[in-house]
Design a protein around this ligand. Structure first.
Ligand code: ATP
Length: 779
């Protein structure tokens, strides 16, 4: 059934050529027990390896069941070893990290036999060699003879046609050797057995045919066989190891080296730990930045006021800023100062107000308006009705620096943005908490704003007629519920026969008028965070709605009509220019156009969209018709965001370096593991494993290591966030900065797995290329 025709196998090392097989021609019967004798180095093992397909011959031909093997590809040899050959080695070559039964099953695992069939065959084979009592042991729990029986069972399990035994009793005592020889002899009734031995007695006693070897040639053959010409009857079933099997094999191997596996995983997880921490920190800082951004935006809204500065002016043009050469002329050049040049008057009109109202509420749901309208307020102070006002100024006339600033920057205003229905907006809820009472529900609800120490402006209370002293404390309920009467212009002003208007003096009568609106102090609100202080000036604050209602009501009042028609102030009679006429009208509630508009976007990104929207309005308009806004928060954006990104990139780069280092380490460790497991690779090959399967076993091992080191790294990084957070908290007052995002964690595990697999793949390829014959000779 098997015939070698003039087989030659030469080994060349340096200049010396060893003719391990030097023209061997021999044929074997389907069932016989052939012993091969010969001096050491005469080529016996080489012939066995050639027959077993572990080693390729240089020339000649080997014919199996009528099929020449000259054209065999790697995959054919793999299948041949798996289907037709069983190997038994002197040193057993069992895989120590697998149980006995798994060792026996290995060949079938490679040929993809189902689990049940595999187990059955393995048990049968173990019974056959008399090991049914020891099936659940590990190889190192057996005696030498028992181990050799396991090796024989393994060789038999796949029911091969040929059993190749290389000095199977070489390591055994006489008694055990006899048992093993009997077993082999028994098997030779159904299979072809080719056994290499140094023991002529054993050979003569048990073998039916003895071939003697000398210097790579057959010296004698006790029972030669001449193979008849045959048709090709040879059939092969391809072998294939699944990735799961490879994983199981590697997992078992790693399990036997728990300590080392843990250390390896830990060492290679260092890169993951550092990246994990960097990511946790940077996303934590990003959150902080986002929060600061939204606080900054509430503090510095986009503000559109009547008079503004053009921020786009080129600072180089500024008067006095030109450096370098000096003029030699004898004249003086006259120039407008930079600040005057930059001054821009915004012609805010109804169109623009409507345009602003159309801003996508998703970008900004808080828009505030300030109006210069004066409120005609009266209050019953201890039985006496007095004119009062909402103002923080010490002198009631108003128009101080601070309110001018407020209308320019939007900081420190008294009117807060409201939702469309007039209820308290997100703006108030986000930035203020209720100390007493409630958020305003109606347009007539007034709130008192206090700072974090519950202090408020004393003038605010004095101006509504309270008898307030410096540092005096007032109970909440003394303030909550305070009522004020809002009088319409027509009821408040009387027209004198001269045509001039004067405020009525009969306050009690005005106070009792049924047309009045009653304003109520409904809540005391405190800033939530110190950074948003002075958003609304401490003191009384009222809604946009209220001022626009007052304007709507007073726009048609007699005094406003009269003022519109006159170039003189209708109360004092003094002459007015256009500007002062406009502001007098605004004071009387004669204009619905707000003095300034504050837009509070939700975040920096939305702010950009809002700015784009505002810029769109100015497109194709002359400079003087453009409406310019001021965006103080804008100057801070790029700084914080960009800086954070840069820091994160640098840190990630460093962490990346440690990741690469650990990847190289995994490569080295896998390589060592390859060296260590050389024997196992040989055994796997002898059992019919393809190169791919060997690569798979090692890939599987690095895959497990990668997952382990990724999970370990992420776990450690997660644990590290706790001490890091407490240190950062004690140093900076920032809470929970380091936060590991679960998605980042998952990505890191995946990255670790992929990188370690890449790192381990090259050694795995090296392992796969290992010559099986050499691998098996390794110690
Ligand atoms: N990979 C190799 N590279 C170079 N020379 C080799 C290689 N493998 C075997 N040889 C040589 O080929 C010859 C035959 O070796 P082989 O192992 O087949 O002999 P053997 O008869 O089995 O010896 P022993 O009984 O000691 O095992 C020896 O001279 C050996 O040195």
């Amino acid at each position: 059934m098997l015939e070698l025709k003039n087989i030659k196998k030469h080994y060349q090392v340096g200049d010396t050529v060893t003719k391990a097989l030097d023209g061997v021609s021999v044929a074997f019967r389907r069932q016989e027990f052939v012993a091969i004798l010969g001096a050491s180095g005469s080529g016996k093992t080489t012939m066995l390896n050639v027959i077993g397909g572990l080693d390729n011959y240089d020339s000649g031909d080997m014919v199996i069941d009528g099929k020449s093997t000259k054209t065999f590809k790697d995959s054919d040899w793999d299948a041949y070893r798996n289907n037709s050959i069983g190997f038994v080695f002197q040193s057993y070559n069992l895989i120590n990290h697998l149980g006995i039964i798994e060792n026996v099953e290995l060949g079938m695992t490679l040929s993809g036999v189902s689990k049940e069939v595999k187990r059955k065959h393995a048990e049968d084979a173990l019974k056959r060699v008399g090991l049914e009592q020891h099936m659940n042991k590990k190889p190192n729990q057996l005696s030498g003879g028992q181990m050799q029986r396991v090796a024989i069972a393994r060789a038999l399990a796949n029911d091969p046609d040929i059993l190749l035994c290389d000095e199977p009793t070489g390591a055994l005592d006489t008694e055990t050797s006899v048992q093993i020889m009997n077993l082999i002899k028994e098997l030779s009734k159904e299979k072809l057995i080719v056994m290499v031995t140094h023991n002529p007695e054993l050979a003569h006693e048990y073998a039916g045919r003895i071939i003697e070897f000398s210097d790579g040639r057959i010296k004698s053959d006790s029972k030669p066989h001449i193979e008849k010409e045959k048709k090709d009857q040879f059939q092969l079933k391809r072998t294939k190891m699944g990735f799961l099997t490879a994983l199981k094999l590697s997992f078992n191997n790693l399990r036997t080296k728990k300590g080392r596996t843990f250390l390896t995983a830990f060492a290679s997880s260092i890169g993951i730990i550092s990246i994990g921490i960097v990511l946790a920190l940077s996303s934590g800082f990003q959150k902080q930045i986002d929060q600061t951004q939204s606080e900054t935006l509430s503090k510095f809204p986009i503000t559109i006021s009547k008079v503004t500065t053009d921020q786009s002016k080129n600072p180089k043009d500024a008067l006095g800023s030109d450096k370098g050469s000096f003029s030699k002329t004898k004249e003086v050049t006259l120039k407008t100062s930079d600040s005057d040049k930059a001054q821009h008057t915004n012609n805010i009109n109804q169109d623009y107000v409507d345009y602003i109202k159309k801003i996508d509420p998703k970008l900004s749901n808080s828009i505030g308006y300030t109006r210069l309208v004066h409120m005609n307020l009266l209050r019953d102070v201890d039985g006496e009705v007095k004119p009062v006002s909402f103002s923080n100024d010490a002198n009631k006339s108003g128009g101080s620096m601070s309110s001018a600033m407020a209308s320019m920057t939007g900081v420190g205003v008294s009117s807060f943005p409201t939702n469309a229905d007039g209820s308290a907006s997100d703006f108030l809820k986000e930035n203020y908490s209720v100390l007493s009472g409630d958020y305003p529900k109606n347009e007539t609800d007034i709130v008192l704003i206090v700072d974090r120490n519950n202090s408020t402006n004393i003038n605010a209370l004095k101006n509504i007629g309270m008898d307030a002293k410096e540092n005096e404390t007032l109970a909440f309920d003394k303030i909550i519920g305070t009522k004020l009467s809002l009088i319409s212009n027509n009821d408040y002003y009387t027209k004198l026969p001269t045509g001039n208007f004067v405020p009525n003096q009969d306050y009690q009568k005005m106070y009792d008028n049924k047309n009045n609106k009653t304003l109520t102090v409904s809540g005391i609100l405190r800033v939530k965070s110190s950074s948003t202080m002075n958003l609304l000036a401490p003191g009384f604050a009222y809604s946009n709605e209220l001022t626009s209602k007052i304007v709507a009501e007073n726009e048609t009042s007699d005094i406003v009509k009269a003022q519109k028609d006159s170039q003189n102030n209708v109360m004092t009679g003094e002459a007015l220019d256009e500007m002062t006429k406009e502001s007098t009208l605004a004071y009387l509630g004669g204009t619905s156009i707000p003095n300034s508009i504050m837009i509070y976007p939700n975040n920096y990104k939305d702010k950009e969209a809002v700015l784009d929207y505002l810029d769109a309005f100015n497109k194709k308009k002359d400079k003087k018709d453009q409406i310019l806004y001021s965006d103080l928060a804008g100057t801070m954006t790029d700084l914080t965001g960009g800086l954070m990104d840069a820091i994160t990139y640098v840190l990630i780069a460093f962490a990346g370096i440690s990741l690469v280092t650990s990847m190289i380490m995994i490569g080295i460790i896998t390589y060592t593991s390859v060296l260590e497991r050389t024997k196992e690779i040989g055994v796997l090959k002898a059992l019919g494993a393809r190169k791919k399967d060997i690569t798979r076993v090692f890939d599987a091992e690095t895959c497990i290591l990668g997952i382990a080191s990724g999970a370990l790294g992420v776990g450690i990084a997660f644990l590290a966030t706790f001490p890091i957070n407490s240190i950062l908290y004690s140093m900076t007052d920032l809470k929970n900065v380091a936060q590991l995002n679960p998605i980042h964690a998952l990505v890191l595990v995946v990255v670790s797995t992929i990188l370690t697999m890449i790192g381990g793949h090259i050694p795995a390829k090296i392992a796969a290329k290992k010559d099986a014959a050499i691998a098996l000779r390794a110690d």
